[in-house]
Design a protein around this ligand. Structure first.
Ligand code: 5GP
Length: 263
């Protein structure tokens, strides 16, 4: 599938058009950003790993009956995906309190939540993705009640599947962010809700069960170092280390800071 013109460039991915108006190419970059773009770096090999990890997770979810935008992985950095009209909402699930939840509400770090907590954020970089309620979503027409009811159900099911998948490799799924969109169904007769974007150590918090070592983007956010080694560890435990990759060739582990401004 040949790449057409660039449709959109985000912080970690680029979306290209293809000859088929319903299909796009999603390219995973090595760029890492945090704190609303204030901290930026190139983490060599991150795009390759996220491409593989996200492909693995979305394929597994699809086998469990969750509809996703993924058609297939094309190469080390690219996936063929269905074009979807993305809801401007980030859906966050939390199993253990950390990150913005502890900051916002003073909940002690590491508190195991009695049941998964669902949060909604408005996808808007300029506004720093603010937390919103379902009523905001309905008021501003970002999704309707029927759609959110289905998305909530899917999100909790995804949490169950992923919690089990990671538990099997001695990783706690602490929290994660997912996105959904509406894409044409197979017969192009109606649009259906599909899981979009990616699920990877960029979008999840993953802690080793025994040591609670962070195996996710918090290594970058908190300057813990060994970012790529942590992502590789996740891929290794999932048994999906990219077989066609010569690790020394892509220089995994090298982090090139671009800019760092303190808030
Ligand atoms: P928090 O709200 O604690 O910063 O993040 C909660 C979870 O959602 C974490 O797993 C975090 O990685 C993910 N998350 C929230 N917003 C974003 C975002 O804009 N980009 C990415 N990659 N992950 C996000």
């Amino acid at each position: 599938m040949n790449k057409g013109s660039k449709l959109y460039e985000g912080k970690a991915k680029i979306i290209y058009e293809t000859k088929d108006k319903n299909l796009l190419i999603q390219h995973f970059k090595d760029d890492a950003t945090a704190f609303n773009n204030l901290k930026k770096a190139k983490v060599e090999g991150k795009g390759v790993l996220n491409n593989r990890i996200s492909e693995y997770i979305l394929t597994n979810l699809s086998q469990c009956g969750i509809k996703t935008h993924l058609v297939k992985r094309l190469n080390m950095r690219e996936q063929l995906i269905r074009k979807a009209e993305i809801f401007p909402v980030e859906f966050i699930v939390r199993n253990i309190a950390t990150g913005s939840l502890t900051k916002r509400l003073g909940i002690p770090e590491g508190t195991v939540l009695e049941k998964p907590l669902l949060e909604y954020c408005y996808k808007n970089d300029q506004l720093k993705d603010p937390l919103i309620s379902k009523e905001h979503i309905f008021s501003f027409g970002w999704a309707d009640e029927k759609e959110i009811k289905l998305i909530d159900k899917l999100t909790l099911r995804i949490n169950d599947i992923l919690t089990g998948m990671f538990r099997a490799i001695d990783i706690k799924l602490v929290d994660f962010k997912i996105e959904y969109g509406k894409a044409w169904n197979k017969d192009a007769e109606k649009k259906e809700i599909v899981l979009a974007d990616e699920i990877s150590p960029d979008t999840c918090r993953l802690w080793d069960v025994k040591t609670e070592k962070k195996l996710d983007k918090d290594r970058f956010r908190k300057d813990l170092g060994n970012i790529i080694q942590a992502y590789q560890e996740v891929a290794r435990r999932l048994r999906i280390m990219p077989e066609e990759t010569n690790i020394s060739e892509v220089n995994f582990g090298k982090t090139i800071p671009i800019k760092f401004k303190k808030k």
